[in-house]
Ligand binder design. Structure first.
Ligand SMILES: C[S@@+](CC[C@H](N)C(=O)[O-])C[C@H]1O[C@@H](n2cnc3c(N)ncnc32)[C@H](O)[C@@H]1O
Length: 247
């Protein structure tokens, strides 16, 4: 039987290889991941993550599952806004979680967090377990994003909320060209200079161009069962937030 293929940046690879390759990328950049985020986005990823929290409006007592949570950026923000709450950070790449744990200890937040190695497509949690599910700059790396959304729906409690932050498509051709010039020329060079890893950041910019546009992704959110699904563009559509509810 011929195995299905998927994209890894601009390459086509067998589906069974993608998780290993993605783990290779994030394992390689884990210790420089946070510094690189600031450098390549000029700090704007912080504004987008804050916008995610503004829309999400975390509340005391909520249980968050932050999938592809990496070094914990979303979980830390969520906990700071919610007051008393709990966050589980799940990620495929253990070195990213190890960096996150160090940050949690430094910020004296370790008690409110769990760190779990796992795959977004097969979550090791029971049905109806969480109030909020977030995935930030993670879903475009998942081999079959629809399966991740289906899993999000399964583990959320009735009344639970999904929020996805991801790079998206700029609905203006000229702006898209300017953005492509920046991302394809500058970001891999920054990756080389700061993380000594050009290839991982080449993958990053290629993977952004492969991800579905806002409307297509909205249909995927609805197909997973979410209701009242909506999106908001950030910075003209460079990034986008999708929200949905398990009713
Ligand atoms: C760009 S980082 C995002 C980290 C963090 N959420 C943030 O916004 O800064 C992407 C993360 O997705 C994780 N990842 C990729 N595929 C995954 C999967 N199938 N299941 C869980 N995590 C995955 C990677 O290991 C990596 O840590």
């Amino acid at each position: 039987m011929i195995e299905k293929t998927t994209h890894f940046g601009f390459q086509d690879i067998p589906e069974s290889e993608k998780a290993r390759r993605v783990r290779g990328v994030f394992g390689s950049v884990a210790s420089k991941y946070d510094v690189m985020n600031d450098a390549m986005s000029l700090g704007i990823h912080r504004v987008w993550k804050d916008a995610m929290m503004d829309w999400l409006a975390p509340r005391s007592g909520q249980r968050l599952l932050d999938v592809a949570g990496g070094t914990g950026d979303i979980s830390f923000r969520f906990l700071k806004r919610a007051g008393q709450a709990h966050a589980t950070v799940l990620d495929l790449t253990e070195p990213m979680l190890i960096e996150g744990r160090k940050r949690a200890e430094a910020e004296q937040m370790a008690e409110s967090l769990d760190w779990v190695v796992g795959d977004a497509m097969a979550l090791p949690f029971e049905n109806n377990s969480f109030d909020v599910y977030t995935i930030s700059f993670g879903i475009r790396n998942v081999t079959r994003p629809q399966e991740a959304l289906n899993e999000a729906f399964r583990v959320l409690k009735p009344g639970g909320r999904l929020m996805v932050l991801e790079f998206s498509q700029i609905p203006n051709e000229l702006m898209q060209k300017v953005y492509d010039l920046y991302s394809f020329n500058i970001i891999p060079r920054l990756g080389q200079m700061i993380a000594d890893d050009r290839d991982s950041y080449q993958y990053l910019v290629e993977s952004i161009r492969q991800f579905p546009d806002q409307e297509t992704f909205l249909q995927m959110v609805r197909a997973a069962g979410f209701e009242n699904a909506k999106y908001r563009n950030l910075s003209l559509g460079i990034a986008c937030l999708h929200s949905g509810w398990k009713i």
